[in-house]
Ligand binder design. Structure first.
Ligand code: ZN
Length: 224
């Protein structure tokens, strides 16, 4: 009996460890659901342009916010939250988390959480590592702060930050679409960004295809 209990405890512990280190890139069980995600903002011009488009189509998305940018544009953070989008933590300084100490990572996360909470009243529960760079130990640190670590569907990296032509961004998304995809865009861009123009093509097409746009938190909880 004692041995059985020990094995059971070990099994529970193992499941918890695996769960704790979870890093999520998509959810193929989320039938006909998609999560649009926008990184690195807020940007004084592009974020609001994207919010206008999302509002026009009644679409919800997730914004992975950089703390230092949130401090510069709290009004845009507030608008993003008020319009029903999910806000995620993307560090304070956009640092690659595999290159900093555990303490520094905790500081980057808590500082950004605090800024977003001061503006909106709610702290993020999802975190995306800048550049998608991470290692197992750093994922453990992120998990211990109470955030789920989120990447994106690897086939849904639009690379819009590098300002490719609009049709290239559109094709990346539409030609590789799977249920439960997490699509990666950037609302912060200092170049000739194709993102807003691409969204005006992508969103109506996905609506035609009966996709439901959900936040990352909703997507990863969906079983059917
Ligand atoms: Zn980023």
């Amino acid at each position: 009996m004692k041995k059985a209990l020990f094995v059971l405890c070990l099994a529970v512990l193992t499941v918890q460890v695996v769960f704790a280190r979870e890093i999520i890139a998509n959810n193929s069980s989320a039938t006909k659901k998609i999560a649009l995600t926008f990184d690195d903002g807020p940007h004084p011009k592009h974020t609001e342009e994207i919010l206008d488009i999302l509002k026009e189509y009644g679409v919800k998305a997730t914004f992975f916010i950089i703390g230092s940018n949130a401090q510069k544009h709290p009004d845009i953070v507030k608008r993003t939250f008020d319009e029903g989008h999910e806000l995620g933590n993307h560090t304070y300084n956009h640092v690659f988390i595999n290159r900093i100490s555990d303490d520094k990572l905790r500081e980057e996360i808590s500082k950004t959480d605090e800024i977003i909470k001061q503006i909106t009243g709610t702290a993020p529960i999802v975190f995306r590592p800048p550049g998608g760079a991470y290692n197992d130990l750093k994922v453990d640190v992120v998990s211990a702060t109470g955030h789920k670590c989120i990447l994106w569907s690897w086939w849904q990296d639009t690379r819009d930050w590098s300002c490719p032509p609009v049709d290239k961004v559109v094709n990346t998304v539409l030609s590789n679409l799977h249920d439960g995809d997490i699509i990666l865009f950037h609302d912060f861009n200092n170049g000739n960004t194709p993102t807003a123009k691409a969204l005006r093509i992508i969103i109506p097409r996905l609506i035609e295809m009966d996709y439901e746009f959900v936040s990352v938190s909703e997507l990863i909880q969906s079983e059917v």
